[in-house]
Write a protein that binds this ligand. Sequence first.
Ligand SMILES: NC(=O)c1ccc[n+]([C@@H]2O[C@H](COP(=O)([O-])OP(=O)(O)OC[C@H]3O[C@@H](n4cnc5c(N)ncnc54)[C@H](OP(=O)(O)O)[C@@H]3O)[C@@H](O)[C@H]2O)c1
Length: 313
Amino acid sequence: MKAIAYKKHGGREHLKMMDWPEPKIKRGHVKIQVHSIGLNPLDYRMRRGEMGPLTLFGPCMTGSDFSGTIIEVGQGVQNFSVGDEIMGKRMWGTAAERLVVAANKVTRIPSNLDLATAATIPLVALTAYQMVHEQAKVQTGQHVIVNGASGGVGTYAAQLAKHAGATVTAVTSYRNMDWMSELGADHTIDYTKDNCCTGEATYDAFLDCRSNLSLNKVKGVLRPKGVYVTLEPLPSLVKDPFVNLLSSKKSRVVLLQNKQNQLLEIKRLIEAGVLKTFVHAQLPAKEIGQAFEILESKRTRGKLSVKILDELG
Ligand SMILES: NC(=O)c1ccc[n+]([C@@H]2O[C@H](COP(=O)([O-])OP(=O)(O)OC[C@H]3O[C@@H](n4cnc5c(N)ncnc54)[C@H](OP(=O)(O)O)[C@@H]3O)[C@@H](O)[C@H]2O)c1
């Protein structure tokens, strides 16, 4: 079969269509015909070789989100059948014609979305869920600020915080102000004009989806016992244990975990109309370089979807 992969780390020019071994069905797994993949910053950071030991091996298939249709079911799988349309995420490597994936890590796609849109959901929605509910533990009546609210993670973080009963302030540029209000944000800050780390307003949780700040930088706008959550593991993982000992305001980091129960809850919230999915553009596999160019500009509104089905032949 064919896959989109790279043999050398670096720029988008290294992404090539390659022959790839056909994956074999395993117990507890399902085999799918991939329909689409959603692109994430993780994919270009892996390709550039910026993810330390994770990037030592090659050649590497790109992609970490996927949607597709089940074509074979492994022994011991009870809850899925051939023909089911599913979505999920892997550590890396989803841009192939077919994948074999663990049945206990995927869900059916939301009934109100198509496969191309569903492919963009898992990684960012799970990340946002873990920011809001596991790290910040957002409660009704709290005030939450979301930095990078117009990006893949941010759109879900803002909506989930709102759904948890918080007042939400969205930080983005002037390009996305109106859209953020439509998304449900109560207040907006244009980072090109105003500094979200200073000012009168204070917050119970600072969700730094852009992850370009730190507890130290946002301390002045955090309430006593407030929580700062970042998505950038370093230097947070090293510094946080010491920083948190000395401060009533805490710094936390999300290291994404692939939890099926949370993905099921996200699917339920999408079907209930609570969560909306925003796709900036859908492109065919032959334009994956352009898709990454958009993503790497860091100007994406929501997500990018790349169609794999019938595009790799
Ligand atoms: N730790 C983990 O497990 C984990 C999981 C997922 C993601 N991540 C990381 O989280 C980060 C965000 O991911 P993502 O998918 O949300 O990225 P993304 O979709 O590429 O984010 C793009 C958005 O960022 C906004 N933005 C750009 N510069 C900004 C600034 N200075 N201040 C505020 N907003 C700004 C842009 O809005 P404007 O166009 O208005 O500027 C755009 O809408 C990435 O670094 C990713 O690697 C980590």
